[in-house]
Design a protein around this ligand. Sequence first.
Ligand SMILES: [Zn+2]
Length: 373
Amino acid sequence: MAAAGSAPSFKGGLPLFRFRGIRVFVHWSFLILPAWIAIAGFMDELSAADILGRIGLVLIVFVCVVMHEFGHAITAQRYGVRTRDITLLPIGGVANLERMPEEPKQEFWITVAGPLVNLAIAAVAFVAIAIAGITVIFSDVMLGATTVTNVLMFVFTANLVLFLFNLVPAFPMDGGRILRSLLSMRMPREKATRIAASIGRFFAVAFVLYGLLDKQPFLALIGLFIYLAAGAESRMVQKQAALRGISVRQVMRTRFWSMPHTATVQQAVDELLAGGDHDLVVLRDGRYMGVLTRRDLVQAVSEQRLASPLHELPVQDVPAIGPAVELNAATLALLAGKYALIPVVDEDRVLGVLENENLAEFLLLREAARQGA
Ligand SMILES: [Zn+2]
């Protein structure tokens, strides 16, 4: 899988290693997988060695999954797109790309690189099996040779399955992204995304139903994940299309709540009760300093720090944006995930704030105006 900024990010992972500047995490929920295998093996009255063997095979699959994700990440690097991290989930890996290029050709190559890694591993395993097979024939006394062949067979089959499964056009899985990029070469990206997402939802529902009927919970989970992600990404792309060519100045809210950094918590609370915003823009000598969230303000009140000046509170250094900047995917991703509010600053003067809510309102008004016209 390759996910861009809009996809749900999975926080709370255990760092494994770093390669080419990309950190690899394993999400805590990954532990469900070996636990599941152990319980299933115990129920089937398998020996401890057999259970460990099965867990070992799953770990081999996940090594291949990590290599698949690096296929995406390294290709993305070639197009100047950074990958924040790679996270392993029980349902597979996610390469958390900073953004997915809108250029269809770039999206195509970044996406196709993942499954191609699995195809390459399968090919190497195939050659190795052929060589090992010959060795077994010539020295059948060689202990463990069959086990090696078995593992190689497993690596071959697993990678072939990974290759084929990822090519299923279940957007935003790789196959769906490949489909979207191919469609985008012939039609607007919004339309291509809509089509790919519809097909993706169809497969998602099929996965969930089949997973439930065939008692394959992980397939059902993958289906659920695809369903949610397809909807989220489709909405994101429609939103991006609607915002194209619009500057920050056009959508910023010019009435916002700000206070000097020397004001006290008590003063901020008074203003909040009189009708303050959710977040407070803190100014130092009239210049932008940072953003204080309501949560941190309430926290200060509960710690009875009413007399403390605001600059002693954890004022967040939210990166400001210029008024002439055109709205883009990166800004939307910031608003969707990291910050509730982004200050619009010109020469240190705060002109307004950018918020998800007023973006939504702007889009609604624009849509209404378009329909009325
Ligand atoms: Zn992938």
